[in-house]
Write a protein that binds this ligand. Sequence first.
Ligand code: DQA
Length: 141
Amino acid sequence: MKIAIVNGPNLNLVGQREKEIYGEQTFESFIAKMDQEFGGVEFVYLQSNVEGELINFLQELNKQGDVKGILLNAGGYTHTSVALGDTVAAMAKPVIEVHLSNVFQREDFRHVSYIGRSTIGTISGFGMESYVLGIIKLLNA
Ligand code: DQA
């Protein structure tokens, strides 16, 4: 059984970028840790800075029978992308919106999500643990 983790723009810089907001851990080390902790799960991971690549990947995941669900951190596209929102709306699989930071404690423009109307829920503000909580939810979904 597979769980997909899809990260949008600038999330490749986590570990170097604004560490006071996003923490020190890189996604490479986090995914390796998840592989160990959740032995029966195969994690499929994509990070892209390109909106169309995220859309194509999500459409492909939606066709794959063994993908149980998707954790999507669309980064800045969360707050701007009608197209990504439409992609998520078209998906049959459960999608959880995930953020490292608590977007509601930050600038007003981060309080808007084009993704959230079509997800089963949003987890925001717990650093990498936001993803762990999302994995647990998808396993129980
Ligand atoms: C983010 C929050 C977004 O507002 C921001 O643009 C990001 C990261 C988060 O994980 O906290 O790039 O999605």
